[in-house]
Design a protein around this ligand. Structure first.
Ligand SMILES: NC(=O)c1ccc[n+]([C@@H]2O[C@H](COP(=O)([O-])OP(=O)(O)OC[C@H]3O[C@@H](n4cnc5c(N)ncnc54)[C@H](O)[C@@H]3O)[C@@H](O)[C@H]2O)c1
Length: 345
């Protein structure tokens, strides 16, 4: 095993990735500015579980170029997750979104380009780079939309169409990561992630809707469905995503320079209405909600076609939504007291 830098390593996906790679014997440096609520809980979890191999650095990818330069000279892999993650925030404050996602990623790439070690870069991009997919079109059913023409999933051949400042900043970074591999010859891979969910997801109304709906129900906070609730998403359980990161490292030369769609795929999809019905009928949660206007940049539906990555690496999704949601609920219940401080008011 080697050394890894995880930017945003105290966030939801980051803490799961750090835990996984530390458990496998990697030396992991978590770099985070701890701006996201709940990162202290994740930090305490990692420090409590991993007595060796873990270094935590409080730094900012926008301003701390010298820290990035130093760390990128020491590691074999950079898992770049740090980001401004909410579409809504990107609309109200596009400059800080741009600085974090576009400039922050550029800073990471520059640190790698100028390093002597040239670590592999794995970048967490987003399906938002495909925009509203208006050219595909959707059909409206009773509880969900479906793609027109029977399409099962969106491939990497789909034209880019950045919607929202978040889509633009993440999309710009996605293209920079790809081009730095082409131009400067080091190994990078871009994963265009769908909705990710699982333990340690401290969702808020603006981001992380799967966890947010469950947390809001637990703490009796109001849930608003923006739009008609028939929006469909493919859900990827965080362990399967972390396994994909591991697969990228294992198949470093095969995946280098590529961009892959990475979601739950056609067999792990839910509409918002179906998810709320699942919480009520299968998990016995008392769900209450009201409706609001559709939010800017909200795709009516997205389902990832993962087949390029599957065929190139052999990776497949292993956790179905019923199991994954039950695992998330278990984690939320076990951490209810710590979560109370953020969600009770
Ligand atoms: N969760 C999803 O469903 C999803 C889907 C698609 C893409 N992604 C991408 O995956 C990555 C991780 O997402 P997440 O869900 O774990 O989000 P998260 O908010 O839980 O984690 C992001 C982390 O980055 C840190 N951070 C933010 N700005 C920073 C800065 N300037 N410098 C250093 N650290 C900073 C935050 O404190 C946080 O810990 C992001 O790049 C996101 O865009 C997530």
């Amino acid at each position: 095993m080697g050394k890894m830098l995880i930017t945003g390593g105290a966030g939801f996906i980051g803490v799961n990735a750090a835990d996984h790679f530390l458990s496998k014997g990697w030396e992991v440096t978590v770099l985070d500015n701890f701006s996201r609520k709940g990162t202290d809980i994740n930090r305490a979890f990692l420090e409590g579980k991993h007595q060796s191999g873990l270094t935590i650095v409080k730094a900012d990818i926008i301003t701390d170029q010298d820290v990035l330069n130093q760390l990128c000279n020491e590691v074999d892999v950079v898992l770049h997750l740090a980001a401004q993650v909410a579409v809504t925030t990107s609309v109200t404050d596009p400059r800080s979104d741009f600085e974090c996602n576009a400039l922050g990623t550029f800073n990471v790439l520059e640190a790698v380009r100028q390093s002597s070690k040239k670590p592999m870069v794995i970048y967490a991009s987003t399906n938002k780079v495909y925009g509203g997919l208006e050219h595909i079109g959707v059909e409206e059913g009773e509880k969900r939309y479906s793609f027109a023409g029977g399409l099962q999933g969106v491939t990497e051949e789909t034209p880019l169409d950045f919607h929202s400042p978040y889509g633009c900043s993440k999309g710009a970074a996605d293209q920079y990561v790809r081009d730095y591999s082409r131009l400067y010859g080091f190994d990078t891979v871009v994963l265009r992630q769908s909705c990710i969910y699982g333990p340690h997801q401290m969702g808020i109304e603006d981001q992380g809707w799967v966890a947010w709906f469950m947390i809001a129900t637990m703490f009796k906070r109001p849930i608003t469905i923006y739009g008609n609730g028939k929006q469909v998403r493919d859900l990827l359980y965080v362990d399967d995503l972390v396994a994909a990161y591991d697969t990228c490292i294992e198949h470093r030369k095969t995946v280098s320079g590529h961009v892959f769609n990475m979601g739950g795929g056609p067999s792990n999809t839910l509409s918002l209405l179906e998810f709320l019905a699942f919480l009520k009928d299968d998990l016995g949660m008392e769900v209450e909600y009201s409706y609001g206007d559709t939010r800017p940049g909200d795709q009516p539906m997205f389902i990832s076609d993962n087949s390029t990555f599957e065929q190139m690496t052999g990776w497949i999704t292993k956790t179905n939504t019923a199991t994954g949601i039950a695992n998330l609920l278990e984690w939320l219940k076990a951490n209810k007291d710590s979560l109370q401080q953020f969600y009770s008011t």
